[in-house]
Write a protein that binds this ligand. Sequence first.
Ligand SMILES: [Zn+2]
Length: 295
Amino acid sequence: METEHQEETGFSIEARLRALEKAVAELTAALAPDLLVSRIALPVATSILKGAAQHKPAAQFFTMLDTGETLIKYSAALAFALVSQRGGDERQAVFDMFSVSPSLGTIASGLRKSISGPGSNEWPLSVMRDVFQRANGKPTATARYLLDEFIALRNSDRGHGVYLADGYYEDLFLRNSTQVQDCVGASAHILLTLVRVEDMKGAGAKYAYNATKLMGSTPTLFQQPLISSSTLTVGGTYLWHQPEHFLSVEPFVTYRYCTVCRQEHIFFAERITANTISYHSPVSNHRIDVARVPP
Ligand SMILES: [Zn+2]
């Protein structure tokens, strides 16, 4: 659903249908939030669930900001993973961006550049390009809202250190939550399968990998090993293009052990230097530093 159609009054069949769809989605979310996010990649799914559990306006507003921010960072991570795999100047530009902790605006412009750059026909950028760019090259409603309006809202209302009245947040939440939900709904790339490789066995000319499926709110082990002729890193996080193509999404997004809470969860790269990757988790707000293995 695109935002430019939203000012219609509620009399058309289309508008009624949208209202009905929204009501059903809200009802489903209230009854079974886990089910609602089961097809969505873990980083975004976790953030949506955290938001669904909030009832106070300020908490609803700030978890909505987390969801939008996670959606931008996850989208960018997939794009940067592909771009940096190509090597050369494109890879260098991405790593240069992360040599100082990039702002959300910088990450969003990196994402835009990847989508309009050469090779955007390649999976998974081909999936993302349709989310953010129209056939005529102009941004979609999702790109206009998420990569501009949303970032402006988040930059002005996060971290100014002053807690304003509940009514203020309630108003902002009501004016933005549908648009954030629409952006999540339009993001076909968050339905692509994210996995973590647990171990590897030889299987003739191919390898058999036991893997964890990082979709929905709870990571689950695949019952059967995933077969591929590619050599994957045990412990690595990948986007899986069935049947046997894998794209490493590290170090931009990773599912790994956290030394702060001693559990495994998703992290996004915040800063990448020659020797160290600094990771941050938007959901738990935990930070860890990991030694970087030179490429
Ligand atoms: Zn943690």
